[in-house]
Ligand binder design. Structure first.
Ligand SMILES: O=C(O)CCC(=O)C(=O)O
Length: 296
């Protein structure tokens, strides 16, 4: 079906493959992620734990008047009079990301045990958490994660966790399946570092152009509380536009072996974050210029 990206509606399939049947087999999980680029796990988390985090986050959003007055808290209905862009405002926002109920999910036993078993050793997560409170109209641009967090091991995985059911009209994450095998893109864009190279960060504003030029197809699914989707640093993705009246609350968090090198921008009590990219007065190279330079 046609679904809305930030700048365009595109045909998207809604049949991402579940990997619950191979959860106890790390070799099969590695084969699957090498092939598909992602692992969709339904019901990894206990619903109650995730809903407790949802409630704690929504209580904070209510104090900021982000919720429509006199609507049920847990519905997360966006206040249309809220003045600011919403999606990125919560990224790394400690008032939210340090909530014990939130950490009980993204640093909780189900996900840490999953990665220990999958990676074959003690796992750790970046201290910085990309929590998103994406109001109506918001969506994320198309990118590989590696350009934002590639200074440590490349044996690094993202996990996208919904804090509430996310239906197709709420702007779920969407993947370009096959993009993990776009060799020329991996060798060029995929070697970049936004703080070093001062590039836009995303790869294209045009989801159709990507599949016409490089192949692959776009795919998503709807998510229920408790589900997670884990994906590699080189799987191109975005999120669809939230066309509902609700706030889409999700987090994307990162996991790796504790013993391996880690990207220093995202660890510690006060992670440094992007110290150059999109800071005041830094000049960003245009997408067209970067793509010309990379020859892709
Ligand atoms: O949730 C979103 O809007 C985008 C998520 C994303 O880019 C990521 O998980 O890396």
């Amino acid at each position: 079906m046609k679904l809305p990206f930030l700048h365009q509606e595109v045909e998207v399939s809604t049949d991402l493959r579940e990997s619950n049947d191979i959860l106890d087999n790390p070799d099969a999980l590695h084969e699957r992620i090498a092939e598909d680029g992602y692992l969709l796990i339904r019901g990894l988390h206990d619903k109650k734990t995730v809903l407790a985090a949802r409630q704690a986050i929504l209580e904070k959003l209510a104090t900021k008047r982000m919720l429509a007055p006199e609507t049920p808290l847990m519905e997360g209905i966006f206040n249309p009079d809220y003045p600011e862009p919403t999606s990125t405002g919560s990224m790394g926002n400690k008032a939210l990301t340090q909530l014990p109920a939130f950490k009980a999910v993204v640093e909780g036993q189900p996900i840490m045990d999953f990665f220990k078993h999958f990676l074959g050793g003690d796992a750790r997560t970046f201290d910085f958490k990309w929590l998103r409170t994406a109001g109506p109209g918001s969506g994320s641009p198309i990118h590989y994660d590696i350009v934002f967090m590639g200074r440590g091991t490349q044996n690094l995985y993202s996990c996208w966790t919904p804090f509430g059911d996310v239906s197709l009209d709420m702007g779920p994450i969407v993947f370009c399946l096959g993009s993990n095998r776009f060799e020329k893109v991996r060798e060029t864009y995929g070697q970049a570092d936004v703080d070093h190279d001062l590039i836009e960060g995303h790869f294209s504003d045009n989801p159709l152009e990507i599949i016409e030029k490089f192949g692959g197809h776009w795919a998503t699914t709807s998510f229920s509380v408790g589900d997670v989707i884990i994906f590699s640093m080189f799987l191109m993705h975005a999120s669809l536009v939230n066309t509902s009246d609700k706030i889409r609350i999700t987090a994307d968090t990162r996991y790796q072996l504790a013993a391996e090198a880690i990207d220093e921008r995202w660890i510690g009590k006060n992670p440094k974050g992007h110290y150059a990219w999109k800071q005041k007065d830094t000049k960003i190279e245009s997408l067209a210029e970067s793509r010309r330079r990379w020859g892709v």
